[in-house]
Design a protein around this ligand. Structure first.
Ligand code: CDP
Length: 231
């Protein structure tokens, strides 16, 4: 039986990773946070003070970036950077790093390798369009920029990071713009994706909605594979 793949794409702060994590646990699937991978690349360029404007810098440094993921822990060249990749500094840079063609090629290859042979939920921007265009289920999660900014503020508060609402909102709009207008793997709803607006939803409500789609997609897949599957 081929592995079961769920792609969740959408703009910054639409709730993808929160719900993907819960769903993966519920359905005993592997969760892959592809945004964290781009964040690790951004952290590398930030920590080593490398300008992104020179192609030779990219060519030289990209092979030196080694990424390992173990459950909720993210390792950059052997160091656990799970906290560092969520700082406002990394968040402000990440979309500029994620639009570099060579960075995307390396990350997409790694995402396919990590997912190989597993039942997996991936969240990102280009999962349903580029990484796994044949995914069993594609979800495009959206919410208004204001709601997304409020959620991000809450995340920061919980981590003890002080940020201004207007700055967070502007950062989200900027990232949406860069992510949607880049040439390689832009943020885009796949034609066959189900769009879900999470404005005003609690996490549980969004999880419940997505759970219905996962149930149906699993059933359809079981039928294709000639197996029986009860929701
Ligand atoms: O959690 P949040 O919505 O802030 O973003 P994220 O999922 O951690 O992704 C951070 C950034 O990585 C995005 O703004 C994109 O620039 C980039 N990204 C991407 O280009 N492709 C993906 N598949 C995932 C993330």
């Amino acid at each position: 039986m081929r592995n079961f793949i769920v792609a969740i794409d959408g703009p910054a702060g639409s709730g993808k990773s929160t719900v993907a994590k819960i769903l993966a646990k519920k359905y005993s699937m592997t969760y892959l946070d592809t945004g964290a991978m781009y964040r690790m690349c951004a952290l590398y360029f930030l920590e080593n003070n490398i300008s992104l404007n020179k192609q030779e810098n990219i060519d030289k440094h990209l092979p030196l970036i080694n990424i390992d993921i173990d459950k909720d822990s993210f390792y950059l060249n052997g160091k656990d950077v799970s906290k560092e990749i969520r700082t406002p500094e990394v968040t402000a840079l990440v979309s500029y790093v994620a639009k570099i063609k060579e960075v995307r090629e390396k990350m997409v290859e790694l995402q396919r390798k990590i997912s190989f042979g597993k039942d997996v939920i991936l969240d990102g921007r280009d999962i349903g369009t580029v990484v796994f265009p044949n995914a069993d289920l594609k979800i495009f999660l959206v919410a208004s920029p204001e709601e997304r900014a409020r959620r991000r503020m809450k995340d920061y508060e919980e981590k003890g990071i002080k940020e201004e609402y207007n700055k967070v909102l502007a950062g989200i709009l900027e990232r949406d713009f860069i992510d949607s207008t880049r040439k390689e793997g832009p943020l885009k709803k796949a034609e066959d994706a189900v769009e879900i607006n999470t404005d005003g939803d609690t996490i549980e409500e969004t999880v419940a909605k997505l759970g219905v789609f996962i149930g149906v997609a699993r059933q359809q897949k079981a039928k294709r594979d000639g197996e029986k599957y009860d929701i």
